[in-house]
Design a protein around this ligand. Structure first.
Ligand SMILES: Nc1ncnc2c1ncn2[C@@H]1O[C@H](COP(=O)(O)OP(=O)(O)OP(=O)(O)O)[C@@H](O)[C@H]1O
Ligand SMILES: [Mg+2]
Length: 268
C-alpha cells in the first residue's frame, strides 16, 4: 500500500512526496492508428502509485481509446504500455479493473454478477461471501441483491459496476466517465465509492467532462486534444492556469478547432 502522505497536494502544486510516488505504469509513445489515422498519437504518460489521474478533453479526443490501450483491451499500433517496468501482460491486467461508461452486466442477478467477477479471479468460499457482502453494502444494493442486474437504474448499475470492480481489490482502477448522465445524488454515491478506493491506496485513472469533479477527485490532469496529450500537471494548476491553447479554450467553454486557432464563442 502506498504511503498516505503521497496523497497531499499543497497550494495547487504537487507535494514533494507525491512527485516521488513510485511509477506504476507508463505509456511510451503509445499510438492507435486504424486505417493510418492517428486517433491516439504518440502519448507519453506516467501513472504513479496511489495517485488519482483525471483524463480530460473534448468528445472524440481519444480518452476512451487511451484507457482501453492502457488496460490492454486494444493492441497499440505503436509504442507500448509498461507496467512496473515490464510490458503489460495478462498478469498485470488482473491487477487492474475498468468500469465503462455504460456498465457491462451479466444477464444474472446483482449477487451473481459479484460472485462471477470474484470466481474468475479464483476467489471462492468464505472470502468470496465476505467480499460480496461488503460490495452489496458499499453499493447500497442489499435490498436488490436477487434482482436481475439489467433491470437496475443507471445509477444503481454504475454503483454495482464500481463495487464489483473494487471487490476484486485492483491495484489500479480505470473509470470511463463513471457519473455521466447521473443525477447529483447518484454522482455523490459514486464519488464516495471512488474516495473509498483511493483511501485504500488504489491508483485511479478517470475520465470526466466535469470540471468540478476533476477538482474534487483529481490529483493530476492529463488533457488530450486530437489524440495528443497536450498538457499534464497538478489538477488545480491545470484547471486554473492551463498552459495549452486547447485546454484553455475547452476549460473556458470556447470552441477549439485545431492546434493553431481557437474560435471564439458567438457573441450574444
Ligand atoms: N476501435 C475503433 N476503431 C476506429 N476508430 C475508433 C475506434 N474507437 C473509437 N474510434 C474513434 O476514435 C475517436 C476517439 O474516440 P474515443 O472514444 O476515444 O473518444 P473520447 O475522447 O472518449 O470521446 P467522448 O468524450 O465522446 O467519449 C473517435 O473519432 C471515434 O469514433
Ligand atoms: Mg469516451
Amino acid at each position: 500500500m502506498p504511503d498516505a502522505r503521497l496523497k497531499t497536494i499543497e497550494g495547487g502544486r504537487t507535494s514533494p512526496e507525491a512527485a516521488q510516488a513510485p511509477l506504476l505504469m507508463q505509456a511510451r509513445k503509445l499510438s492507435f492508428c486504424p486505417n493510418g489515422k492517428p486517433l491516439v498519437d504518440t502519448v507519453d504518460l506516467d501513472i504513479r502509485e496511489g495517485r488519482r489521474l483525471v483524463v480530460m478533453g473534448a468528445n472524440g479526443a481519444g480518452k476512451s481509446l487511451l484507457l482501453r490501450l492502457l488496460h490492454g483491451l486494444l493492441p497499440p499500433s505503436g509504442g507500448e504500455v509498461v507496467w512496473q517496468g515490464k510490458p503489460l501482460d495478462r498478469a498485470a491486467m488482473r491487477e487492474q479493473a475498468m468500469v465503462f461508461q455504460r456498465p457491462v452486466m451479466l444477464r444474472r442477478s446483482v449477487i451473481a454478477n459479484l460472485q462471477f467477477a470474484l470466481a474468475v479471479r479464483g476467489i471462492g468460499g468464505t472470502e468470496r461471501r465476505r467480499r460480496v457482502e461488503e460490495a452489496l453494502e458499499q453499493a447500497r444494493l442489499g435490498d436488490l441483491a436477487r434482482h436481475p442486474a439489467r433491470v437496475l437504474s443507471g445509477g444503481e448499475q454504475q454503483r454495482l459496476a464500481l463495487a464489483r470492480a473494487l471487490a476484486c481489490t485492483p491495484r489500479l482502477l480505470f473509470l470511463d466517465e463513471p457519473t455521466a448522465s447521473l443525477d447529483p445524488a447518484s454522482t455523490l454515491a459514486i464519488e464516495n465509492l471512488i474516495a473509498t478506493a483511493h483511501a485504500r491506496g488504489i491508483t485511479i485513472v478517470m475520465i470526466t467532462h466535469d470540471k468540478g469533479q476533476a477538482r474534487r477527485l483529481g490529483d493530476d490532469i492529463a488533457f488530450l486534444h486530437g489524440g495528443r496529450l497536450v498538457e499534464t500537471g497538478p489538477a488545480a494548476r491545470v484547471l486554473e492556469t492551463p498552459n495549452s491553447g486547447a485546454a484553455r479554450a475547452w476549460l473556458e467553454g470556447r470552441l477549439y478547432l485545431d492546434d493553431l486557432s481557437s474560435t471564439p464563442s458567438p457573441t450574444p
